[in-house]
Design a protein around this ligand. Structure first.
Ligand SMILES: CC(C)(COP(=O)(O)OP(=O)(O)OC[C@H]1O[C@@H](n2cnc3c(N)ncnc32)[C@H](O)[C@@H]1OP(=O)(O)O)[C@@H](O)C(=O)NCCC(=O)NCCS
Length: 79
């Protein structure tokens, strides 16, 4: 969301709107799973406000690979 529009609970309203839309169309659904990066405190606060509870955590690793360099190798100056 554009910074100038943050702070008006629009994120929460959007997620609630989605849930109401889903409930109308798929009333048999009993459980929902949502996910977020643990670093995204604002989004986690929205999920908690809606009543979601932590159920699992996944760890992910990212490696930037530079052209011409084998992953996992250190240059002399980095050792
Ligand atoms: C997630 C998001 C939409 C929530 O925004 P929102 O609905 O405006 O959040 P709230 O209205 O609950 O804001 C609560 C407070 O946090 C601030 N805030 C919200 N998101 C913020 C952010 N990303 N960085 C800094 N401050 C933020 C608001 O300004 C507000 O401050 P205030 O209480 O002093 O006014 C918004 O953080 C965002 O667009 N983030 C970047 C994209 C993103 O993370 N998307 C979701 C990916 S899963």
């Amino acid at each position: 969301m554009l910074r100038e529009h943050r702070g008006h609970r629009l994120g929460l309203l959007l997620k609630i709107g989605n849930l109401l839309w889903l409930r109308d169309r798929e009333p048999h659904i009993e459980r929902l799973i949502t996910w977020n990066a643990v670093s995204n405190a604002h989004m986690l606060a929205i999920n908690e406000a809606m009543g979601y509870e932590l159920f699992d955590e996944h760890k992910e690793w990212r490696l930037e690979i530079q052209a011409g360099r084998r992953p996992g190798t250190l240059r002399k100056e980095e050792r």
